[in-house]
Structures are given as C-alpha cells and as structure tokens.
Design a protein around this ligand. Structure first.
Ligand code: ZN
Length: 233
C-alpha cells in the first residue's frame, strides 16, 4: 500500500519569537502535527517560510498528495509565484488542509475569492466543536462533539463562499458560533478548512484535533479520476 504523502507548511515564526509558543511547540507546530499524522499512517515532510522557495519547490509539490498550511503573522511574506504554484497544484488535484489563522493566507483567499475575514477574541475561552455531518468522512472516529478547554474565539460572520460540505460548527463560551470544518472543491482539488490551532494553547496535542486533521488529509487526498481533454470534440 502506498502511503499518502503529506507536506506540512508552517510559517514557523511565532515559535521562534514568542516564549509562550516556544514552550508549547519547541520544535515548531509542524513537528507536533507531523508526529500525529505519522501515527495516523501518513508519510510526512515539512516546509517552512524561511527555506528557499518557502520549501515548496516544484519537485516537493509534485510529490505532495495533501498540503497542510499554518500561517499567521507573515502571510504577506509568502511570494506570489509560490502561491500561484500551490494554486495550480490544487486545481490539478492536490489536497489542501488550511489550519486556523491560515484563513487569511494568500492561497486560501485566492481559492475562496472572498475576504475570508472573521471576528476574533483572545480570552482563553472554551470551545465546543459540534459534528453537524456525522456521515462525512471527516467525522470518522469522533463523538458528537468535543471540547477544547482554552482557545482563541473565532466568530461569524466568516466571509467565505458557502462551503460545499460543512462538517463542524463551533460554539464559544462568549456565545459566538463559527463554521469550523468546511469543505470546498476547486478544479480537481479539495480544500478542508479547520479552525482550531491558536499558537498559545497546546491544541495540536489534543487527540480529537489530531483525528480531524488526519480525517481531513484522507478526505482531501487526490482520487484517480478521469483525465479530461478539454476543448472541441
Ligand atoms: Zn490564532
């Protein structure tokens, strides 16, 4: 059996600049997520902003079945030609899993075509993540909800196109709700946006969060569909 090839792209700046984040993720969030995905049976490599071509060379992307994306403070430093390269790969069938503050990344906004703006509050509130599509592959192995004890709030309205499939909705202690697990189809590619993952809380160590990410990777993986010839008959 061929293992799915997963590349985790992490901006990898907060972990170097912020002591709280460094303490939680001393080797970077991509290491913790990567270990979790290896435990779930994937072949994992990582790529970071400060590598040449942000670690996303043509060669690496060609070998990637599903790309994960975590970025926040340096979205603007991601070069447009690399964004275009990732965009073309998604349209050609590579899966993309966008995590947390990746909602404001160039690649997610380009794929959505909207501002991808939302409301947020950093108050360490509890989040309850509800499964609203229990038959969906991304809900596999989950209970009908799970809690994240302390997190940053993201609230509606989330300015995205209506998701093609909605799997998770979050409720926060402050009363807000948010579409936390959203699926989109673009070209031959699939995109899963998953909200949890604020860098000052150890969210990527949580088993349910790891399960959702693994399920998202599996769902977003390319399928061996027909190769269409476009144009005149
Ligand atoms: Zn955050």
């Amino acid at each position: 059996m061929n293992l799915l090839n997963v590349t985790i792209w992490n901006e990898f700046r907060h972990e170097k600049m912020d002591d709280t984040v460094k303490e939680i993720y001393p080797d970077g969030m991509h290491k913790v997520i990567g270990q979790a995905l290896e435990n779930h049976g994937f072949q994992v490599r990582s790529a970071t902003l400060d590598e040449p071509e942000h670690g996303l060379t043509e060669d690496i992307l060609a070998k990637t079945d599903v790309l994960l994306w975590w970025g926040h403070r340096a979205h603007h430093e991601v070069r447009d030609e690399i964004v275009e390269r990732v965009y073309q790969r998604v349209l050609a069938g590579m899966g993309l899993v966008v995590l947390h503050s990746g909602h404001y990344s160039k690649i997610f906004k380009k794929l959505m075509g909207t501002t991808c703006s939302l409301r947020w509050r950093e108050a360490g509130e509890k989040e309850r993540v509800w499964v609203v599509n229990p038959g969906h592959p991304i809900a596999a192995g989950l209970d009908h909800y799970f809690d994240i004890p302390n997190t940053e709030m993201y609230g509606e309205h989330f300015d995205i196109p209506t998701p093609d499939e909605l799997v998770l909705i979050s409720w926060f202690e402050g009363g807000e709700v948010f579409r936390s697990g959203c699926c989109f189809f673009r070209g031959k590619g699939k995109i899963f946006y998953f909200r949890p993952g604020h860098e000052t809380h150890p969210i990527y160590y949580q088993a349910e969060v790891q399960q959702v990410i693994a399920n998202g990777v599996r769902w977003a993986a390319p399928v061996n569909g027909p190769a269409y010839l476009y144009g005149t008959e």
